[in-house]
Design a protein around this ligand. Structure first.
Ligand SMILES: [Zn+2]
Length: 262
């Protein structure tokens, strides 16, 4: 039984200052150690729940956040080759997707570092009329391969968002956002215990077929509202992208496998 783990940093336990997710700051080294510990807890839980193979994507920013020598030696680790690629190894042979360290979509109240793809240029993304963030997009992408989201960890807002998309999956809220730039946390050790337990349950429940993949109805309309009209100019110049108004562009795709390709 194969499980894919997609990781981000904003929703990692013990990360409660923006500097902890920014490379080149003194706080980042601490942040990435916390990332490794949450991810290791999810990997251990997945194996103990019955996974036979676990593939993990180092997904924050341009990757290269994991300290590989401290990572669980049973899993396989991958990064993307370009920004057009997400979860390169994910295919129909996987039984579940776990998202670790998630943040809520742009414009969510009391959500630590909420954003959708770009915190400086993207304002809102709508897919078939529904507002989507990164959690929902990953679920729809995996859904196109028949793979359900079985667990999400992050702040409380990210967990609420995940349940609004995927229903009764396993979630672990490791903190509550106090506005956008601060958070109230439980201790990482406690969070990691909760992540381990949730991953065991998630994989056991996946084995008994409790989760359904998120399937988008075709054709899929993606409508992207940028923060400024000059950002929209760039998108409007790309093949298949249509201008809606000064700040909005739209694109029709045939499969959620194209969800990240603007
Ligand atoms: Zn991130």
């Amino acid at each position: 039984m194969k499980i894919y783990i997609l990781t981000d940093m904003e929703g990692i336990s013990g990360i409660w200052r923006p500097e902890q997710v920014q490379k080149g700051t003194s706080e980042y080294e601490r942040g990435r150690r916390l990332l490794c510990e949450d991810v290791n807890a999810a990997i251990a839980g997945a194996f103990d729940g019955g996974a036979t193979e676990v593939v993990v994507l180092d997904g924050h920013g341009d990757g290269n956040n994991f300290i590989l020598e401290v990572m669980d030696d049973r899993a396989i680790y991958e990064t993307v080759k370009s920004s057009l690629e997400v979860m390169p190894s994910l295919d129909e042979t996987f039984s579940g997707l776990i998202q670790v360290g998630c943040h809520a979509m742009a414009g969510t109240l009391n959500a630590f570092l909420d954003h959708t793809q770009s915190s400086t240029t993207w304002f809102n993304l709508y897919i078939n009329g529904r507002r989507f963030g990164e959690i929902g997009q990953a679920g729809a992408y995996a859904g196109a391969f028949g793979v359900p989201v079985i667990m999400v960890t992050g702040d409380k807002a990210a967990c609420d968002e995940a349940q609004s998309f995927f229903g009764d999956i396993e979630v672990v809220a490791v903190k509550v956002g106090l506005g956008r730039n601060k958070a109230k946390c439980i201790a990482p050790k406690m969070a990691q215990k909760m992540i381990y337990d949730a991953a065991v349950r998630a994989v056991q429940r996946a084995k008994s077929g409790e989760f359904k993949p998120l399937i988008l109805e075709n054709p899929i309309e993606m409508r992207l509202e940028l923060c400024r009209s000059d950002y929209a100019d760039e998108y409007a110049a790309r093949p298949g992208v249509e201008r809606v108004d000064a700040r909005t562009v739209r694109k029709i795709i045939k499969s959620a496998k194209e969800i990240y390709y603007w």
